[in-house]
Write a protein that binds this ligand. Structure first.
Ligand code: ATP
Length: 338
C-alpha cells in the first residue's frame, strides 16, 4: 500500500460574490450570493514511502487545499484519502503523530520561549522517548548549525534560523512523512543549501517521504525526482523533471559563429520565419526557434543560405522557463509530446 493515497479527492468552497463598493456590501448583507469554487477536482494521487515529490502549480491551483486535506485540516467534499493507512481528517491526532509539517510563514515554535524549551514541549506533546529525542536533537543541531541560536526565543531569530528550527521541530518525533510549503523562500544561498542538504539526508537516510511545494527550481532539482503539476484543481503532469523539459519546453536556441558578417540575415530570417535572432558579436549570433515548428537542421540550413557557418552549438532547453510558465499558469499543454 502506498503511504499517501488519494482517490477522486475533491474539495469545493462556497465563495461570496459581492459587487464592488459600499452599495455592493450592503446588498450582499441582505441578499448574499455565493458561487461554488472547486479547489481540488477528483484528484488521484499515490506516493510511495521514501519518495520525494515536488507539488507545483500556479497561484490558486489547489496546492494548499490538497496539503490541508492530507494533513487533516480540511474535510474533503468527496473522494477518499489515506495517509499511512489512516484517514487524516477522522484521525487527526493519530495523523499528527506520523507527519511533520513546515508551512511557510507560520511557525510551530512558541514565540517567547527559547527554542530548546519549544523542543522539549514538543517532546512531551508527541511523547518522544528520551533516547530518540536526544539523538535527533544532537543530529539536527549539528546538521542545521543550530548551536548559535538554539538558546534564543523564536521571536529573536532571523528567517533562516527560524526555518531551520522549524524543520528540526517538525522532525523530532521521527515522522515517516514530511510536508514542506516553500521551505527555502526568502533565504540566502548558503542557508538554502544547508536546508536542502538536510532534507535530502533525512529523505535518503531515514526514508522519510517528502512532499513539498516550491517556486524554487533549485529545490526541485536538488530534492525531488518526481514532479507533480496541478492546475485548476487537477493534476496535469506527473513525472520527472527531465521529462517536463522534454515535453513542455518550447523554445530552442542555436548559437552560430560565421566566417563573415551576414547583413541580410536579421531582417529576412525574422520576417520570414518568426525565429528570433540575437547578435552576440560581429561574427556571432543566436537563433531562438519554436521546436514544434522547426527542426534544428532546418534552422541551420536556413542560416547557411546567408553565408558560411564556421561553427554552431545548440543550447539545452531552459527548464527555468518551463517551471516559470507553470507558475504563471501559461504552460501550454498542447505542446506535450505524446
Ligand atoms: N477557505 C476557502 N474559502 C473559499 N475559497 C477558498 C478557500 N481556500 C481556498 N479557496 C480557493 O480555492 C482555490 C485553490 O486555493 P489554494 O489555496 O489551494 O491554491 P494554491 O495552489 O495553494 O495557491 P497559492 O500558490 O496562491 O497558495 C483558490 O481559488 C482559492 O481562492
Amino acid at each position: 500500500m502506498s503511504i499517501i493515497e488519494a482517490k477522486q479527492l475533491s474539495k469545493s468552497f462556497m465563495q461570496a460574490v459581492k459587487e464592488p463598493g459600499l452599495r455592493g456590501s450592503v446588498k450582499h448583507l441582505f441578499v448574499p450570493r455565493h458561487i461554488k469554487k472547486t479547489a481540488v477536482n477528483a484528484l488521484d494521487l499515490t506516493i510511495e514511502a521514501g519518495e520525494s515529490v515536488a507539488y507545483v502549480g500556479p497561484n490558486g491551483a489547489g496546492k494548499s487545499t490538497t496539503l490541508k486535506m492530507l494533513t487533516g485540516i480540511l474535510l474533503p467534499t468527496s473522494g477518499s484519502v489515506t495517509v499511512n493507512g489512516i484517514n487524516p481528517y477522522k484521525n487527526r491526532i493519530e495523523n499528527a503523530a506520523q507527519i511533520g509539517a513546515v508551512f511557510g510563514q507560520r511557525t510551530q515554535l512558541w514565540w517567547d520561549i527559547p527554542i530548546t524549551e519549544s523542543f522539549s514541549l514538543l517532546k512531551d506533546i508527541y511523547q518522544i522517548p528520551s533516547v530518540v529525542y536526544k539523538a535527533n536533537l544532537d543530529m539536527f543541531t549539528e546538521l542545521l548549525g543550530m548551536n548559535e541560536f538554539i538558546h534564543l526565543s523564536a521571536r529573536k531569530l532571523s528567517l533562516g534560523q527560524r526555518m531551520r528550527a522549524d524543520l528540526a521541530a517538525s522532525l523530532l518525533h521521527n515522522p515517516p512523512i514530511l510536508y514542506l510549503d516553500e521551505p527555502t523562500i526568502g533565504l540566502d544561498v548558503s542557508v538554502k543549501q544547508r536546508i536542502r542538504e538536510f532534507i535530502k539526508q533525512i529523505n535518503q537516510q531515514q526514508q522519510t517521504t517528502v512532499m513539498l511545494t516550491t517556486h524554487d527550481l533549485g529545490d526541485i532539482e536538488d530534492l525531488c525526482k518526481r514532479l507533480i503539476i496541478i492546475d485548476h484543481g487537477s493534476i496535469i503532469y506527473d513525472g520527472s523533471l527531465a521529462e517536463v523539459k522534454a515535453n513542455f519546453a518550447k523554445e530552442r536556441v542555436i548559437f552560430f559563429q560565421v566566417a563573415s558578417p551576414m547583413p541580410q540575415l536579421l531582417e529576412q530570417l525574422e520576417q520570414t520565419t518568426g525565429m528570433k535572432l540575437t547578435i552576440q558579436g560581429e561574427l556571432e549570433f543566436s537563433v531562438a526557434f519554436d521546436r514544434y515548428e522547426y527542426t534544428a537542421s532546418e534552422v541551420v540550413s536556413r542560416v547557411m543560405k546567408f553565408g558560411e557557418v564556421a561553427d554552431f552549438r545548440m543550447e539545452e532547453t531552459q527548464i527555468e522557463a518551463v517551471i516559470k510558465s507553470v507558475y504563471e499558469g501559461s504552460l501550454d499543454l498542447n505542446l506535450r509530446v505524446q
